[in-house]
Design a protein around this ligand. Structure first.
Ligand code: 4AD
Ligand code: MG
Length: 453
């Protein structure tokens, strides 16, 4: 019977067929131990020379790492095995005998070597585990939003404006100089239009937020989930140039309500990872005790309180400065739960954030910092909903109001108080998996110095 490793507990005593790969092997000359994986899990298949036809034994003898194989064997319980089962091998079929010299061996490899071989490294059990946790987080996010009245709303990647400031924008020509003027007869108006298109710049989206704000004026509550791009010049363990963001937005939700949504979502994600990915976390040697402490209520600090505390802890952060990565790390080490940092100085944040009525120099925003030194995983805020004020902010930030005209329409026609936030998927995966660097959390990382493979 054809089955998968994840299902073998249902076939104890039966002969089963599994299709996958050989990730390791060793032989005593009489007994052959095949370490087999099929995508759903790993299991050992034990062949005895005495019980096998000689051509079958020869196949095993000639096997190489990562060859694709179809194995048959009888499932038996074995308490020493990670899954609690192993197979008594009956036959093996080699689908492709891998070439000699599989690049990733048992010895320690440096991170650059592993990243150069990312397409193969993904087969390692640790990387398999990370991708499964990532999938769980995505699934839990969709589930939680759908249970809470949010509609998935797809925002564009090619955009005419910047959402998060112009210093990190990937710019490109959009039907730039190569557009040929049509040889067809055209009116002066058409020629003018074409001329404008020749000059159009486009930018890769940094966040879908502005479009999501349009979405909620139709749907009430919405979220997007997709790749975003930041031309980050910094080489840090938290930054990718292409990463996956989930933005959420809700009409008639203000600053406090916005944080309550974030708290509930993060609790759900961590709870689900603990419940569904226990084996994966074990593979990753993730200490789950700190994750179990991720419970509501989270810690709340204002930016003013946070900077004061940081100075007491020895940081030289200024009163109105943005928190640096080291500051975030230091702060998260003081608590065992995630921390909301609220009400940053307006000058370090984006143009669309609503000001705090109690202090007009600050905004109604929050960052959410993950514990154990991980730092910012979410950025969110209440949005400025007044047309005149928003127009002024766009000017004050030195932005050209023309491409924001559609966005300003949202304040012209039926504006409402509203708020939202965005999480960085790779930061949440790194935290829950206990990984030092975000580059291991995405299948093919794009960093300031890496676009291959
Ligand atoms: O804090 P950010 O820049 O917020 C926004 O983009 C808002 N428009 C979101 C919103 O309100 N809808 O980015 C959101 C999150 C950060 O908290 C961080 O987790 C992640 O995106 N992030 C990055 N992750 C990996 N590499 C980078 N270069 C990142 N920049 C931000
Ligand atoms: Mg941020």
């Amino acid at each position: 019977m054809s089955t998968t490793v994840s299902q073998i507990s249902q076939h104890v005593g039966q002969e089963v067929e599994l299709k996958g790969w050989c990730y390791n092997f060793r032989s005593s000359g009489k007994i052959f131990f095949l370490q087999f994986r099929d995508g759903t899990g790993r299991v050992q298949v034990v062949y005895s020379k005495a019980d096998l036809p000689s051509d079958q034994w020869d196949l095993l003898d000639a096997l190489r790492l990562e060859s694709s194989v179809i194995v048959r064997g009888v499932v038996k319980e074995d308490t020493r095995a990670p899954l609690g089962f192993e197979l008594n091998g009956v036959s093996v079929q080699v689908v492709q005998l891998a070439q000699e010299g599989y690049p990733i061996g048992k010895k320690e490899h440096g991170p650059e070597f592993l990243l150069d071989n990312r397409h193969l490294w993904l087969r390692a059990e640790s990387q398999w585990a990370v991708q499964r946790v990532r999938d769980r987080i995505i699934t839990s996010t969709y589930e939680w939003f759908h249970e809470n009245g949010f509609i998935k709303f797809d925002t564009p990647i090619l955009t005419p404006t910047s959402c998060e400031g112009t210093t990190e924008l990937f710019e490109m020509d959009y039907f730039g100089d190569e557009v040929e003027l049509s040889s067809m007869e055209h009116t002066a108006g058409e020629a003018q239009l074409r001329q404008e298109h020749r000059e159009t710049k486009a930018y890769l989206a940094q966040s879908g937020q502005l479009y999501l704000e349009a979405g909620i004026m139709s749907l009430g509550r919405a979220f997007d989930f997709g790749p975003v791009f930041r031309a980050e010049k910094s080489k840090t363990r938290r930054h990718l140039t292409e990463f996956w963001m989930m933005d959420a937005e809700a009409a008639y939700v203000e600053h406090e309500g916005n944080m309550a949504i974030q708290e509930a979502l993060v609790c759900r994600i961590v709870e689900d990872v603990l419940a569904h990915c226990a084996y994966e976390l074990k593979v990753l040697e993730r200490d789950v005790e700190p994750l179990k402490k991720v419970q509501a209520p989270f810690i709340h600090l204002t930016h003013a309180e946070a900077t004061k505390k940081l100075r007491e802890l020895g940081s030289d952060i200024g009163e109105r400065a943005d928190l640096g990565a080291d500051d975030e790390t230091l702060l998260t080490q003081q608590y065992d739960r995630p921390i909301f940092i609220e009400k940053y100085p307006a000058e370090v944040k984006a143009f669309y954030m609503k000001r705090d009525p109690q202090d007009d120099t600050r905004v109604l925003n929050n960052d959410l910092l993950a514990p154990e030194g991980y730092g910012e995983i979410i950025g969110g805020s209440q949005r400025e909903d007044d047309y005149e004020t928003l127009m002024k902010r766009i000017h004050d930030h030195g932005l050209d109001p023309k491409p924001f005209d559609w966005y300003l329409d949202l304040r012209r026609y039926g504006s409402v108080p509203h708020s939202g936030f965005g999480y960085g998927l790779e930061r949440i995966v790194a935290w829950t998996c206990g990984l030092h660097h975000v580059r291991e959390t995405i299948p093919f990382p794009r960093l300031v110095n890496r676009i291959t493979p």
